[in-house]
Write a protein that binds this ligand. Structure first.
Ligand code: GRF
Length: 215
């Protein structure tokens, strides 16, 4: 299946309705630099998406601040305060539904979602991963690429399924691993790619939805 085929599946699962922009919900756990890239892209004239909510699971994450600064509704849903995953995911679902989210973007969200949550947004959740999947799934992907002495690294945007970084690929960006690369150097280079790739994929999906609904 090509990346375009996957995009078509996602677009088909976003319900037709009358609106100017596709409503995106972003979920993050850390610094939120990818959230920032999405925010910056969403205000460009050529953008077809709006971020209507941000959900963060870790107290102190900069992603909350970044959303707050531009007035995007943002929620801290700390997994440690729930006795089970279902309660945690139901709360997140509530935050997203309250803001009419049509596409969920995992931008550095470090929890695995259960079939319950996936079932609420069937084929409407995409994830960003800092490796050339299917290589180096899971945590510490950049370290794994260095340890494996790979020649290339990069990032992948894929549709989320019930596995860990196993869903069908939408798009990838590649960079070389240089002889003297250490973790910070390679991470920096991959993040530069991520900040281009993720907004570009989100806008491609959003543009197709808006074009379809305006036809
Ligand atoms: C990114 O490298 C992403 O690929 C990974 O976590 C990192 C998040 O970075 N899943 P940030 O919070 O967006 O700065």
């Amino acid at each position: 299946m090509s990346g375009n085929d996957v995009i078509k599946i996602i677009v088909d699962h976003i319900k037709p309705k009358n609106r100017k922009k596709v409503a995106i919900g972003v979920m993050a756990s850390g610094n939120g630099s990818n959230l920032q890239a999405l925010i910056d892209n969403s205000v460009r004239p050529e953008s077809h998406f709006a971020i209507t909510s941000v959900v963060v699971n870790t107290p102190g994450s900069r992603a909350l601040e970044r959303a707050d600064r531009v007035g995007i509704p943002n929620y801290l849903v700390d997994h440690n305060t729930f006795t089970n995953k279902r309660g945690f995911e139901e709360r997140i679902y509530g935050c997203l539904v309250e803001n009419s989210v049509e596409l969920v973007v995992l931008a550095g969200f470090l929890r695995v979602l259960t079939p319950y949550f996936l079932g609420q947004f069937v084929n409407q959740i995409i994830n960003l991963h800092p490796s050339l999947l299917p290589r180096h799934k899971g945590l510490n992907a950049i370290e794994k690429a260095l340890l494996a002495r790979d020649n290339e690294a990069g990032c992948t945007v894929h549709l989320v399924d019930a596995g860990l970084d196993t869903g069908p690929m939408i798009a990838q960006s590649i960079c070389p691993i240089l002889k003297d690369d250490d973790l910070p150097a390679l991470r920096y280079r991959i993040q530069q790619l991520e900040h281009q790739l993720l907004p570009s994929v989100v806008n491609t999906i959003a543009k197709m939805v808006i074009t379809r609904d305006c036809a």
